[in-house]
Design a protein. Structure first.
Length: 169
């Protein structure tokens, strides 16, 4: 009998848990056992003592998401876990672009204005700009800045805004 073909999608898993040593290892074992591709991992402190929000961005079969969430919630330190398809949640990241000060000034200022980026750091030889947005927004800006004056780029992990509701314990 043929098994139905499942499609893998980019998912975001938000986990509200106690901040305990070894917890990330326990969580990542669940992803590694099934060979899910993890593209982003973020741990953020909350305003509640000893409580952290862990966000994992991974590619996995959509039909396996409920099972993964159930397994995560079996970990003693995990209070709640929720999963979202990437298109279902507001998933902003922060991108940092390190640029040479030799960049054309008119291009620089027009890009800042058009893309809503801000200057994060300014030195004699370089400038770092910061942009908050989706992966698509960040890579669109990257495409505009790509060239010899772009010295470096990195982006942060993400936190799904919807995951804040997990803190209602």
């Amino acid at each position: 009998m043929k098994t139905p073909k499942t499609t893998s999608e980019r998912c975001v898993i938000a986990i509200c848990s106690e901040d305990k040593k070894g917890l990330l290892g326990q969580i990542l074992v669940l992803f590694n056992k099934r060979s899910y591709e993890v593209s982003s991992l973020n741990v953020s402190r909350t305003d509640i003592n000893e409580l952290v929000m862990i966000t994992v961005e991974a590619v996995l079969p959509v039909n396996e998401l409920p099972l993964l969430l159930a397994r995560l919630q079996k970990i003693v330190e995990v209070y709640r876990a929720a999963g979202y398809l990437a298109g279902e949640a507001n998933l902003d990241k922060v991108g940092f672009f390190r640029l040479s000060r030799a960049i054309d000034e008119s291009l620089f200022w027009s890009v800042l204005q058009k893309y809503g980026a801000v200057i994060s750091r300014l030195s004699k030889d370089e400038v770092v700009i910061r942009k908050t947005g989706s992966d698509r927004d960040l890579f669109e800006l990257y495409g505009k800045l790509d060239g010899p004056h772009l010295l470096g780029f990195c982006k942060s992990g993400l936190i799904a805004e919807e995951s804040l509701s997990l803190l209602n314990t």
